[in-house]
Design a protein around this ligand. Structure first.
Ligand code: BGC
Length: 730
């Protein structure tokens, strides 16, 4: 009787199935699982022949050969299924392929760029967005996304700040968890969930000068306390893959670092998934000049802990020889293959390898998905200024001029890394504004000259000016040396402001821009990031008051490029305060250190206004002291003191007053979004325990050091309502 091999039996445990499959594989077949292949028009036959002969771990950019050529989604899915069929039905062992793709902030329904999603301070909604991204991507045959990007970024010149959650480890950790849970769910075998990938491990956002791919020097203490937490959060949430970064950190390329990949990630953090290199980051070890040739690159990266190689071919060319020469052990090969196969089994790929085109057509850009995209876009936008309550605008009885370089753009709504969002499904700002208030809106012709724009503005009661960046001014290797608005925009805004009419400036951007000049002349500023497919409608919703803005800045906004790096959680220095000894115990201040610009940012981390006002009172702690294994509860009452409903994000910051190493002056350790009607109050509570109060010391261990802690609650990182408590020795 013909019996199924054990690995094909879904009723057995995954460990058992992996063990069985591994025992049947040749060395070549094992090495093929460590390869992520790139099929291009010029190598399709070769790629298919390779898969037929050995199978393959993964294929990158699945589907995109057809993108941009007026293809139908169904054809793309058929193409993915064709490769899968070769692996499953024509290769010896029938191991299915992982189809990897950059599903960064949505698949077809595009959500705000990740930096914008972080500005929601709403992990629940962010999880929903990634759940939708997973549902859409999986319906099209993509079962692995190279997201979330978890690189802490303190330098807005770096274009990839757009792809992450900004400057704060705690906020980024909450967002990391939300994204991983959204992509992967509780059970990876759910056909609507896909594999997530935490990237770029690690320190990539620390690139010197904001120049992408550049070296970073990050002390071990800073690495562990600032850059590591989001990765730890992703690992704790069960992320199945991690991508090793391009950069060289502290004299060691991350993709060749045994310490970072094997000791820290797989050892200390207990990561059981697999590590993929970034694009060619294995072969680039040669360019880093830490190895002589590609054979050396394969040896270094693989023994360091990179399990799968993206695109380049050093593993498939040299690993066999390296095993035969004894430079790479078979145990390490089996370890890497086992990590990859385990994920394939967990995804249920052996049982359900194919995508279904009918499902995709019902799923992609469905009305329910659009609704979530519109809501998250609204929540992502940050109201930075609203002089005289200019916003919200009335829909009737006013002439509202709508103008500026961004009004007729579509791609700039979507932002970078939107491989599958469709421009024709993305409304322009002009269209959305006109739809929202047809009687009031006056559009300046899209090709208006600047003098014509001014003349048009002169006829209006209120001017809305849409400024900012194209989608291509941020993202990978799209860095800027100056974070000022693109050339000419500030002059034009100032010229319009001189007309003396109420002026609203809405900014679309992939990074914090320098708004100093705009803030001096605009009455209202709404920061909209690149808000996604439904972004234009969301902007109109906020400008016309369908909902009040509630976003908060996930990164400090400098007053000028020269202030970079500037972040709220700076370490105490020997001269932290302007006048030593004369500060109140709870004071928090940026010290003026330049002769030509104040020490503080223009807008601090965590800042964002609403159309109503909130007040905080009655800060209380439930006990004056705790033991290291206990939790203290901090509570405060938040009241909507204005005349409209609105949402405030109450934030909790902590300082460890005296520690064995220098520590940040304050660190975010909790936040809660609270929606309140006018006059309504709510008590918000935060729990602080060992997790929040401890840090990594120079000995690479976590310390919770007894002594005094300060705690503040507020509506941004300058919060001044505070108290103290003690952690006492057990
Ligand atoms: C980027 C990664 C991305 C990969 C695959 C690389 O250039 O650094 O973030 O996932 O390409 O597209």
């Amino acid at each position: 009787m013909h019996t199924l091999p054990l690995y094909k039996n879904p009723s057995l445990s995954i460990d058992r199935r992996v063990e069985d499959l591994l025992s049947r594989m040749t060395l070549e077949e094992k090495i093929a699982q460590l390869y992520q292949i790139w099929a291009r028009p010029d190598n399709i036959d070769e790629v298919k022949a390779f898969i037929r002969q050995y199978g393959v771990g993964s294929r990158i950019l699945a589907g995109s050969n057809l993108a941009g050529s007026g293809h139908e989604k169904a054809l793309e899915i058929e193409e993915i299924n064709e490769y899968q069929r070769i692996a499953v039905e024509e290769s010896r062992l029938g191991i299915p392929i992982l189809f990897g793709r950059d599903v960064i902030h949505g698949y077809r329904t595009i959500f705000p760029i990740p930096l914008g999603m972080a500005a929601t301070f709403d992990p629940g909604l962010v999880e929903q967005a990634y759940t939708i991204a997973a549902r859409e991507a999986s319906s099209a045959g993509v079962n692995w996304s190279f997201a979330p990007m978890l690189d802490i970024a303190r330098d807005p010149r770096w274009g990839r700040i757009a792809e992450g959650s900004g400057e704060d480890p705690y906020l980024a950790s909450q967002m990391a968890r939300a994204a991983v849970l959204g992509f992967q769910g509780k059970d990876l075998s759910d056909p609507e969930r896909i594999l997530a990938c935490a990237k770029h491990y690690i320190g990539y956002g620390g690139a010197e000068g904001g120049r992408d791919y550049n070296t970073a020097e990050i002390t071990d203490v800073t690495l562990r306390n600032i850059y590591l937490p989001p990765f730890k959060a992703a690992v704790d949430a069960g992320v199945g893959s991690v991508m090793s970064a391009f950069l060289d950190i502290n004299g060691e390329p991350a993709s060749g670092s045994h310490y970072l990949l094997t000791e820290l990630l797989k050892g200390e953090l207990g990561f059981t998934g697999f590590v993929i290199s970034d694009w060619a980051s294995v072969s680039e070890l040669v360019h880093h000049r830490v190895v002589e040739d590609e054979r050396g690159a394969a040896r270094l990266a693989f023994t360091a802990g990179v399990d799968m190689e993206m695109v380049t071919q050093t593993y498939i060319r040299y690993l066999k020889d390296l095993v035969e020469s004894g430079e790479v052990s078979l145990e390490r090969i089996d370890d890497a293959v086992q990590r990859i196969l385990t994920i394939k089994f967990r995804l249920g790929l052996f049982e359900h390898p194919y995508a279904n085109a009918t499902k995709a057509s019902e799923t992609l850009f469905s009305p329910a998905h659009q609704q979530v995209a519109r809501q998250i876009a609204r929540e992502s936008m940050v109201l930075l200024k609203n002089h005289g309550d200019l916003l919200p605008l009335k829909k009737t009885g006013l002439k509202i001029a709508v103008m500026g370089p961004l009004v007729n753009q579509r791609a700039a709504l979507l932002g970078s890394w939107t491989l599958d969002g469709l421009l024709h499904e993305t409304q322009t700002i002009a269209e959305a504004m006109q739809q929202a208030a047809p009687d009031a809106v006056r559009l300046a012709p899209s090709d208006a000259l600047q003098d014509e724009m001014l003349a048009e503005a002169m006829k209006a009661d209120v001017i809305t000016f849409f400024a900012g960046e194209s989608e291509g001014r941020s993202g990978e290797n799209h860095n800027v040396a100056s974070i000022d608005l693109p050339a000419g925009q500030e002059e034009l805004i100032e010229a319009i402001a001189r007309l003396g009419k109420p002026l609203v400036v809405v900014v679309l951007a992939g990074r914090p821009l320098n708004l100093s000049r705009v803030a001096r002349c605009a009455d209202a500023i709404l920061y909209a990031w690149h808000p996604g497919s439904m972004g234009a409608a969301a902007i109109a919703d906020l400008l016309f008051g369908e909902e009040a803005p509630s976003g908060k800045l996930p990164a400090s906004f400098p007053r000028t490029t020269g202030q970079i790096p500037i972040h709220y959680n700076f370490n105490s220095t020997g001269r932290s305060f302007s006048v030593v000894g004369e500060t109140s115990p709870l004071e928090y201040a940026y010290v003026d250190r330049y002769l030509d610009v104040p020490g503080s940012p223009l807008y601090p981390f965590g800042f964002g206004l609403s159309y109503t006002m909130f007040s905080l009172s009655g800060l209380a702690i439930d006990r004056p002291e705790i033991h290291p294994d206990e939790v203290i509860c901090v509570s405060v009452q938040v009241t909507n003191t204005g005349s409209r409903a609105g949402t405030e994000t109450v934030q909790c910051y902590v300082q460890d007053c005296v520690a064995s190493i220098t520590r940040p002056v304050r660190e975010l350790k909790g936040f809660k979004r609270v929606h309140l009607q006018p006059g309504e109050s709510q008590i918000v509570t935060f729990q602080l325990g060992a997790e929040e109060l401890s840090f990594y010391g120079t000995d690479r261990r976590r310390h919770l050091e007894p002594g005094t802690f300060k705690v503040w609650v507020g509506t941004d990182s300058t919060a001044s309502l505070g108290t103290t408590f003690q952690v006492i020795k057990s």
